[in-house]
Design a protein around this ligand. Sequence first.
Ligand code: PLP
Length: 237
Amino acid sequence: MNRAEELTRNLAAVKARVARACARADRDPEAVRLVAISKFHPASDILALVQAGQRDFGESYVQEALVKQDELVGQDILWHFVGGLQTKKAKAVAGRFVLVHSLDSEKLAVELARRAADAGLLQSVLIEVNLGEEQKAGVDEAELTELAETVLELRDGATGLDLRGLMCLPPMFDAPEEARPFFAHLRELRDGLSAQLGVPLPELSMGMTGDFEAAIEEGATIVRVGTSIFGERPPKA
Ligand SMILES: *Cc1c(COP(=O)(O)O)cnc(C)c1O
């Protein structure tokens, strides 16, 4: 089996697992978007998956992502940014990703909004929430409402930031059932925030290779799957 066949087979297997999780949770499979996390994998792998029908890809490192975007220019790809984002990289990111999953500070929000406004566009974002002490990324729960209010103020008509929902990266567990309470909690946070601020926050980005089925059962609208599609990641070059 060549690499393209292997990727196509892996993608089909993950999609089937997504569909089964949706069936268990009585959810429409169309309501869950599968983002293939392609960090450290070459553009040729992404191209093979595009040819197998995959459209959403996620990257974690700005420089690596921009190189691949250039290599794959003209392909029908929706790029997501899922990694930690430094404020000084906001300019490079604004407008080049359909969704930034990892907004986690006011400083970053202000800068990303400024860069989006300069480019005359609306940048969709998720706020990444820190759900456990071991996690470094994400805003603390206690500061979530304040950051969400700031982000909402950073929309100016059709430019600035468009807050779409929340993202989390719970602690790694051996068993997906251990991650489930974190997913349920993110959903509760989203529901509460949406009610409190009076805005729809439709997206919940949660679930990776080890636990995406539990995340779907708890309401994920976006799952971020790398290893199950691409295989083990090579070491970072
Ligand atoms: C790498 C990464 C993923 C994919 O992880 P897998 O376990 O390989 O599926 C998902 N989300 C984020 C934020 C990542 O950095």
